[in-house]
Design a protein around this ligand. Structure first.
Ligand code: GDP
Length: 462
């Protein structure tokens, strides 16, 4: 089952809980049964699923017992169940270990290992692109001398991605190539140096010996195991086998797009206490998503990814410091104007697939669609802001509303909306929808700003 389907199934079970009348044991049981069946169909280990079920029940029981109001109303009970399911799903994919975080201004060597065909070479270029976009000077060293054509593949994709690369057609010793490449790029002050090693068809002794030698030669700051999602639960055995030799610090699970066993692979890896840092979600260079347990589950259940959004804003701040300074300053003061929103949309359009950004925003399920459809929707939103006056752009959107006499209760949108719709060649409905989305984003962004907001919490973490 593809992850989006898994999310929909779990969500479906939870929302039927909300629709039903009294929340009793039978309803809780049938909801949990539905959720567990969906997880099993995603190849999550049966023991993990059984323990999730027991723990959700225990959490719900404990929460209801702690509630002095005698169990509370049904709506409250449902919230308790939803929260317990959310927490346990997060627990299922959370290895509880923090991965290495590359630092600016120094050389961070990342060595990629894994079996052939798992997507290692593709992932190395994706990683270089990811970090390059975030302001790190990035490059790739191709130390795969086992597979004919490996260097050509790196050369082609690195050239396409405008990433520096190093490799050799004549040298046959991968350790020599790795050492030369890393030394050269260290001297040239590259900040992310990715070393692609040989993959093999199976876990062979030679492969492990070679990995160890390359590791000793280049002294990686982080070794990453690249794993194919389609192996599902078998990910646990494979990662344990690699862990015994290459002491890797992180995992990237590839081919998460369209693979039935993605959930199984992620939970299996979490069981080995190794952090997953990225997911490969397609063959394009931008098909790489950062992985963190809570945002992952939140996004899977259609609840958005606030942390991802904040991180994204910080990345943008590094890339485009001048433009972003103002937005960040506003945010820190808990302000987020339509102009800031527009700035973010413009940045996102330059940054890569918008569909990924859209899924981070809570309440945007109707943004689902092909990349082209979403992109054209974003463009229309930008046209709408183009038709706004500077007064409107600098506002928090309230000037588009007609209020009751009390000045607080909105009755309907006003003439300004009609003017913007006419000016941008869109409809009143579309402008209203855009303003609604802006308001959701603004309330989230305001929550992110301020002294106790996400933003300052994240800044403190760095
Ligand atoms: P390597 O042998 O491990 O270096 O694997 P490659 O990087 O050559 O990838 C093997 C195949 O998997 C290629 O056809 C890639 O395009 C494809 N691939 C890699 N990552 C992904 C992914 O995240 N999703 C999908 N659908 N295909 C991928």
């Amino acid at each position: 089952m593809v992850l989006a389907d898994l999310g929909r199934r779990i969500n479906g079970a939870l929302s039927s809980l909300s629709r039903a009348g009294t929340l009793d044991d039978a309803l809780l049981d049938s909801t949990l049964k539905e959720i567990c069946t969906a997880l099993l169909e995603s190849d999550v280990n049966v023991k993990l699923v059984a323990s999730l079920r027991t723990r959700v029940k225990a959490q719900v029981k404990a929460a209801l017992e702690a509630d002095k109001t005698g169990g509370g109303r049904d709506a409250q009970k449902r919230n308790v169940v939803q929260k317990a399911v959310f927490d346990e799903l997060v627990g299922l994919v959370n290895p509880g270990v923090e991965p290495y975080k590359p630092k600016k201004g120094q050389s961070n060597v990342i060595m990629a290992v894994g079996l052939q065909g798992n997507g290692k070479t593709t992932t190395c270029t994706k990683l270089a692109v990811y970090y390059q976009k975030r302001g790190f000077k990035s490059c790739i060293v191709c130390a795969d001398t086992f597979r004919a054509g490996a260097f050509d593949q790196t050369r082609q994709s690195a050239t396409k991605a405008k990433v520096a690369y190093f490799g050799s057609y004549t040298e046959t010793d991968p350790v020599v190539i790795a050492a030369q490449g890393v030394e050269k790029f260290r001297k040239e002050r590259f900040e992310i140096i990715i070393v692609d090693t040989s993959g093999r068809h199976k876990q062979e002794k030679d492969l492990f010996a070679e990995m160890e030698m390359i590791g000793e030669a280049v002294k990686p700051d982080m070794t990453v195991l690249v794993l194919d999602a389609s192996i599902g639960q078998a990910a646990e055995a494979q990662s344990r086998a690699f862990k015994e030799t290459a002491n890797f610090g992180a995992i990237i699970v590839t081919k998460m797009d369209g693979h039935a066993k993605g959930g199984g692979a992620i939970s299996a890896v979490a069981a080995t206490q190794t952090p997953i840092i990225f997911l490969g979600t397609g063959e394009h260079l931008s098909d790489l998503e950062r992985f963190a347990p809570e945002p992952f589950i939140s996004k899977m259940l259609g609840m958005g990814d606030i942390q991802g959004l904040v991180e994204h804003m910080q990345d943008m701040a590094q890339q485009n410091p001048e433009k972003q300074k103002e937005v960040m300053k506003n945010l820190e003061q808990g302000k987020f104007t339509i102009k800031d929103w527009r700035e973010q949309m413009g940045n996102v359009m330059n940054m890569g697939p918008i569909s990924k950004f859209a899924s981070m925003i809570p309440g945007l399920p109707d943004m689902a669609g092909s990349e082209d459809e979403i992109s054209s929707k974003f463009k229309r939103m930008i046209y709408m802001t183009d038709s706004m006056t500077s007064y409107e752009l600098e506002s928090d959107g309230l000037c588009f509303l007609e209020m009751e006499k009390d000045g607080k209760t909105p009755i309907r949108t006003n003439w300004r909306v009609q003017r913007v719709a006419r000016g941008s060649g869109t409809s009143v409905g579309e402008v209203e929808e855009m303003l609604f989305q802006y308001r959701m984003m603004a309330s989230m962004a305001k929550g992110a700003g301020g002294k106790n907001g996400w933003l300052s919490a994240m800044q403190k973490m760095q």
